[in-house]
Write a protein that binds this ligand. Structure first.
Ligand code: ASP
Length: 539
């Protein structure tokens, strides 16, 4: 779906805020007062970094209005707003709150929902790709997709593929933007509309989850924000995230104990250990690591702090002791209901307009093409004979990592596919290479090579001469969807100020090739788009 921003919202903070809004709205709310902002119309919701401060505030106000309708007995006053609209939920990973709160929002707006929760019983079990499964949800005349998937970047890919808007319900350990929005809404409501100057503590597992990343980046839109955290090194705040926050003016401080954090914050955001993303680590290991960081009554006693948690709490580790549930500090169940208000408001803003998008069974050609080939300027040169026979037409896979030759040639399996395969390691040159009469390696071949030996140089040989030469680049984030060969996601990058980032997981990419010259690298970087440009779908 293309990212349509009709215009940027302009939100002035109303004098009404927080609980005051809830109260004053009590007698007066009407459907007409639930105003909408066109900038969310049919828009993909992929990363919290795509939102402006004004847009976040606008959604807080819209969420508050949904809360007011509920608290004043007007739950169903928007029951025709999304009549005949259907939400498709695609949950490749477990979910309770995200899925059901979107469904509740849809139901209360008069829409419907359908989909899958867990891949059992779907064709994902028959190795269907994300691209094909997402396309089926478009073919089934849905109006919006909410998806959760274990791979980082899978939601940007889904959004590129779908001709309807896509909402990220969590992609790997990357992002969970609607969780961040509902967390901010909770803080906004409990602090009577104040977000500037807010002080938030983070605990539990800051390293393997997506909620801390998305919420802290959402908070970075506000002035004078302080984030404090206390956790084991293994579960601590990732350096790249801390650096990004600091570059956005957030004060990030590590404390040695939970009580030190509690003393200095307005909210404490606890998270569960994300064991599903720590292969080989047991509950017992984690319990030992988290022992001193669990939230129990002595850690909150005496502080004016509210404890938030995206939930679920892991009952074995019990990172929040059950006794805290009965204290005034507990705010995570209120937070969960704010998830319903926020998602209901978001769906209303995205879909509350006339018309629908027709499915036409075709995909834009650009979904098949990456921009990850760094051209090298040695065209027309004669191919070097270098101790082995020249090939007349075919491919040289060059500059392989020392020691990787065997693994690469086994994985390509060229001879069984009917091609020649000459492997060579030249003593005084550290990088081995392969010569083959394979005319053009497929994207899958190139990915297979790059996964085993990053940044190979590829020479296309025609008539004994080098017809094309490029370095093949692949995102270095091990959990990025572009690295899963069978998903066929063409690697794409974009420029973000001085950095190069993967279009899908948005992680920074640094070219390591010592073979490409600085000029070649700079001209490839200059050729990249300056942001995540939408995939164009005809209306
Ligand atoms: N429900 C949240 C998520 O999906 C938090 C969690 O699972 O720990 O990221």
């Amino acid at each position: 779906m293309s990212l349509i921003r009709v215009n940027q919202s302009s939100v002035t903070m109303s004098a009404w805020s927080g609980a005051a809004i809830l109260f004053r709205f009590l007698k007066t709310a009407t459907v007409a007062e639930v105003s909408m902002n066109t900038s969310f119309c049919d828009r993909d919701i992929i990363s919290i970094t795509d939102f402006s401060r004004e847009e976040i505030l606008h959604l807080c106000e819209a969420g508050q209005r949904m809360a007011t309708l509920e608290k004043t007995g007007k739950r169903n006053s928007l029951r025709d707003a999304l009549k005949y609209r259907t939400l498709s939920y695609m949950f490749y990973e477990p979910s309770t709150r995200t899925r059901t709160s979107f469904n509740t929002g849809m139901r209360e707006l008069g829409g419907r929902y359908d989909g899958f929760s867990g891949t059992e019983g779907t064709s994902v079990m028959k190795s269907e790709t994300v691209r094909d499964t997402v396309t089926m949800m478009c073919a089934n005349h849905n109006d919006v997709i909410v998806m959760r998937h274990p791979l980082d970047g899978s939601l940007q890919w889904a959004a590129d593929v779908a001709n309807i808007p896509v909402i990220n319900g969590g992609d790997g350990k990357n992002e969970h933007p609607t969780q961040a929005l509902l967390d901010v809404l909770t803080i906004y409501a409990l602090k009577h509309g104040r977000l500037d100057g807010i002080r938030v503590g983070f605990g539990g597992d800051l390293s393997h989850g997506r909620t801390v990343r998305s919420l802290s980046l959402a908070l970075s839109h506000f002035d004078n924000v302080t984030i404090r955290w206390a956790a084991e090194d293994f579960l601590g705040m990732p350096d790249d995230l801390a650096r990004l926050l600091v570059s956005h003016g957030v004060r990030v401080e590590r404390d040695s104990s939970v009580r030190d954090v509690m003393r200095q914050v307005d909210f404490y955001y606890m998270t569960r250990p994300q064991l599903e993303r720590m292969p080989g680590v047991t509950q017992k290991d984690i319990a030992a690591m988290m022992k001193q960081y669990r939230i129990d009554p002595p850690k909150v006693d005496g502080f004016d702090v509210r404890v938030l948690h995206p939930l679920p709490v892991n009952s074995e580790i019990a990172e929040i002791d059950y006794r805290v549930y009965f204290t005034p500090a507990q705010a995570f169940f209120t937070q969960a209901e704010f998830g319903v208000f926020l998602r209901k408001a978001l769906l209303h803003e995205m879909l509350g307009h006339e018309g629908y998008r027709r499915y036409d069974g075709r995909l834009p050609a650009e979904l098949g093409v990456g921009n990850n080939r760094l051209p090298r300027g040695i065209l027309g040169a004669k191919q070097s004979a270098m101790f082995i026979d020249k090939i007349h037409d075919g491919t040289v896979i060059d500059h392989l990592a020392p020691g990787s030759l065997r693994a690469v040639s086994d994985a390509l399996d060229l001879e069984n596919r009917g091609y020649s395969c000459t492997t060579a390691t030249i003593p005084e040159k550290s990088n081995p290479f392969i010569k083959t009469n394979l005319p053009e390696p497929s994207e899958r071949d190139l990915k297979t090579v790059a996964l085993l030996s990053p940044e190979p140089t590829i020479d296309a040989i025609a008539g004994g001469r080098i017809a094309a030469k490029f370095v093949y680049l692949l995102c270095a984030n091990a959990n990025c969807i572009t690295r899963v060969v069978n998903e066929d996601v063409p690697p794409r990058f974009y420029r973000d100020r001085d950095a190069v980032r993967c279009r899908y997981c948005r992680r920074q990419y640094s070219i390591t090739s010592r073979k490409a010259t600085e000029d070649e690298k700079s001209s490839w970087i200059a050729s990249l788009p300056g942001g995540i440009e939408p995939v164009a779908y005809p209306d």
